[in-house]
Design a protein around this ligand. Structure first.
Ligand SMILES: Cc1cc2nc3c(=O)[nH]c(=O)nc-3n(C[C@H](O)[C@H](O)[C@H](O)COP(=O)(O)OP(=O)(O)OC[C@H]3O[C@@H](n4cnc5c(N)ncnc54)[C@H](O)[C@@H]3O)c2cc1C
Length: 310
């Protein structure tokens, strides 16, 4: 029975990895099972659900960073609709008095189509966010977009102060990028990196990525201010706490909705600032698959959800 359960789960997992566009009645069951698991990580399909969840995060002592799910958009209509969604998100967050900001993936506002268009769209969103002093984070995506993302960030950072950029510790280039960005006073969110990259560009073992994460965190505490340590890894968090005891810096921990929920209140009690990253929207599959891949144990969650949906 257990063997069958594991085999089924693996099959669903592999199917989901191969098929990012679930269609047809055979996949309805898989989609339903996966959505049940994905609900742990996303607020729901609508902006209202995200704002409701953000209000809870604020009530629990955390800032909220809302992200509209979606990536790799190349159609003008899709890009325009995402930009206008972010504009109303920011304005609705202001009305709901949400404390925090938003996080935007460059390829959802044009980077996969035209870098100039992406920069201008981000500028519009940041302009709106400024009205309520909301912070705008720019997510980092796969390596073909790293140069474009950094150069757009630097262009915007000359005009707007309350914007930050994510950098990935799994990338070999990040140490040099971080040094350059710190020299310009940039605000950085340090993550391990969620995208599959080649060994030419990226560290491949957990030990290497963790060692680089610690090295980069050391650079942030040495030369940065207003940065984010975005990880769920207790070892990285302990390391940051140690660094914070030696360097007085304005920084926060950032974690994703639905992960390490037991740890968040204890960090808050100890006086650390925490932001929770809250994604919403119907395009939840690629994001959920990245979360599934990060922790093999999540495949069991998917298997059990599948059995209950069948
Ligand atoms: C706020 C925030 C913003 C991010 N922005 C970006 C970005 O812009 N670009 C990018 O490439 N990546 C981004 N990421 C994702 C990041 O790169 C990692 O993929 C992700 O955070 C997992 O790495 P980790 O540091 O938590 O360490 P890991 O070594 O993956 O995990 C450490 C521990 O955390 C727990 N954990 C981690 N993931 C899960 C999970 N899915 N389910 C349950 N438990 C889990 C487990 O206890 C695990 O042992 C972001 C992450 C955060 C928190």
């Amino acid at each position: 029975m257990l063997k069958f359960f594991l085999a089924m789960t693996k099959l669903i997992y592999d199917t989901c990895l191969i098929r990012t566009g679930l269609k047809g009645s055979d996949s309805t069951l898989i989609e339903r099972a996966l959505f049940k698991v994905a609900k742990k990580w996303i607020a729901g399909n609508t902006m209202e659900e995200a704002i409701r969840y953000a209000r809870d995060a604020n009530a629990n002592g955390m800032e909220a960073i809302i992200n509209r799910l979606g990536e790799h958009m190349t159609l003008e209509a899709q890009i325009e609709s995402t930009v206008s969604e972010y504009l109303s998100l920011v304005s609705n967050m202001r009305k709901a008095r949400i404390s925090g900001g938003i996080s935007v993936k460059p390829t959802q506002v044009g980077l996969a189509k035209d870098a100039g268009e992406c920069a201008s769209n981000l500028g519009k969103i940041i302009g709106e966010a400024l009205k309520s002093q909301s912070f705008v984070w720019i997510d980092m995506e796969s390596s073909e977009y790293t140069d474009g993302t950094i150069s757009i960030y630097l262009g915007l950072f000359e005009k707007y102060e309350r914007i930050g950029i994510a950098l990935q510790a799994n990338m070999k280039r990040t140490e040099a990028d971080l040094r350059m960005l710190l020299g310009r006073g940039a605000k950085v969110r340090l993550v391990k990196g969620a995208y599959r990259e080649s060994a030419r560009n990226a560290f491949k073992t957990r030990q290497e990525v963790d060692a680089n994460y610690k090295r980069l965190a050391g650079m942030l505490f040495q030369d940065g201010n207003e940065f984010a340590i975005a990880t769920h890894d207790s070892a990285m968090i302990r390391h940051a706490i140690l660094l914070a005891s030696k360097h007085e810096r304005k920084f926060e921990f950032q974690m994703l909705k639905g992960i390490r929920d037991e740890l968040k209140p204890s960090l808050i009690r100890d006086g650390y600032a925490i932001s929770e990253y809250i994604p919403y929207g119907t395009n939840w599959l690629p994001y959920s698959i990245r979360r599934l891949k990060e922790r093999k144990r999540n495949i069991l969650l998917l298997g059990s959800s599948f059995l209950h949906s069948a």
